[in-house]
Design a protein around this ligand. Structure first.
Ligand code: PEP
Ligand code: MN
Length: 373
């Protein structure tokens, strides 16, 4: 059996969970072009897989998790480092989500490029330091990863623009700015001051750069994530970079601000209901968004089918061990009738369901026969 593990089965996810939110609706009406979600830090393989398998049906484009996490003061959890690279690759393999982590120096960049990450992000403390940004830019030269650039911790728009320029000058074509607020003096309502004016200025000065919001690091508290999100979208930001954890109360960093995947779905539903800022997007943009979503669902279909075949192989092993026949007509009749009923309830046609499950069943038998060989 290939090293491909059936995670949904393992965590006993709800059997037939249907996508709660249509991202294309949100993306069309709010021009929300990008959704990044995942835990603050990679803590364990189990934590990443549980979180990612809950997020994979929410229209998430990139799954985020920090591997290297030097905290403001030493002595706290400092991230799992390189050990987490394999876990992230497994997320990519088994959920179809693209993966992104934070890089702060040349060695981080080399590690994640070698591993095949789809994107990297530059954190707020790093953006504030042009030496580090240039080192990262040099290490990225020649690659085609997407680069997310957080604003610097201090409210200096030129440092932010400078970082974007350094990365672009290294030949990176997809650069996305992330607004995560600025360190306050004293205590404030939010963990970081949004200073919305700076976000608006960035959109004016760099209209070619997509700007998205990290409501988690602005809010600092999960109860404030929604209002920050609404404000960001109302001024025209094009997406979200949000911290989500399957069990936020056990998170090893930024525990108070992480939301659950279910809370993210609720947030996305609310976004659907927000007044539409700019209703019309061009026809080609609309078509590209819808096709992007089809690509995404097709990938999930393939992952789902592969997981189903893995179960078929396990059944094949069982049948071989116990001397059962591979094809059992009673079971097949039961399966096909149930699938046709369930599928018709979802609005799919009988003929299609019959043909589809005949094909799937045929391939399952092939997998089981291979066990017998
Ligand atoms: C993070 O996204 O987990 C992070 C450390 O962000 P920032 O650099 O914005 O503080
Ligand atoms: Mn964090």
């Amino acid at each position: 059996m290939p090293g491909f593990f059936i995670y949904q089965h393992h965590v006993k996810m709800k059997r037939c969970e249907i996508a709660p939110v249509r991202m294309s609706d949100i993306k069309r009406t709010h021009k929300m072009a990008m959704l990044v979600a995942g835990p603050c830090s990679a803590e364990s393989e189990d934590q990443l897989m549980r979180t990612a398998s809950l997020l994979m049906n929410s229209g998430v484009d990139y799954f985020r998790a920090g591997l290297w996490k030097p905290r403001t003061r030493p002595g706290n959890f400092e991230g799992v480092g390189e050990a987490g690279i394999e876990w992230m690759l497994r997320v990519k393999r088994e959920t179809g989500l693209k993966i992104v982590t934070e890089v702060a120096n040349r060695s981080h960049v080399e590690n994640v490029l070698r591993a095949g990450f789809d994107a990297v992000w530059i954190g707020a403390r790093t953006t504030a330091n042009p030496f580090s940004v240039q080192e990262i830019a040099d290490a990225l030269r020649g690659s085609d990863v997407t680069v997310f650039i957080k604003n610097p911790v201090n409210p200096d728009i030129d440092l932010w623009i400078g970082a974007i320029e350094r990365i672009r000058n290294a030949g990176i074509t997809t650069v996305i700015a992330v607004h995560r607020g600025f360190s306050p003096f004293g205590s404030t309502k939010y963990r970081n001051m949004p200073v919305w004016r700076i976000a608006e200025e960035l959109m004016e000065k760099m209209p070619e750069t997509l700007l998205i919001c990290d409501p988690s690091h602005i809010a600092g508290n999960k109860d404030l994530v929604q209002e920050v999100t609404e404000r960001a979208l109302s001024i025209g930001m094009g997406g979200l970079f949000v911290e989500a954890h399957w069990k936020p109360e056990e998170a090893r960093s930024d525990r108070d601000q992480q939301i659950t995947p279910a809370e993210l779905n609720t947030l996305l539903k609310l976004i659907c209901e927000l007044p539409v800022k700019e209703p019309a997007i061009s026809e080609p943009e609309e078509l590209a968004l819808l096709r992007g979503e089809i690509d995404c669902w097709d990938k999930k279909l393939l992952v789902t089918l592969r997981n189903r075949m893995n179960i078929a192989s396990l059944i094949g092993e069982f049948k071989k061990r116990s001397n059962y026949q591979i094809v059992q007509n009673d079971r097949w009749n039961e399966v096909i009738n149930a699938r046709i009923n369930d599928g018709m309830e979802l609005g799919l046609s009988e003929g299609f369901l019959l043909r589809l499950f005949e094909q799937i069943h045929g391939e399952s038998i092939n997998f089981q026969k291979r066990i017998g060989e």
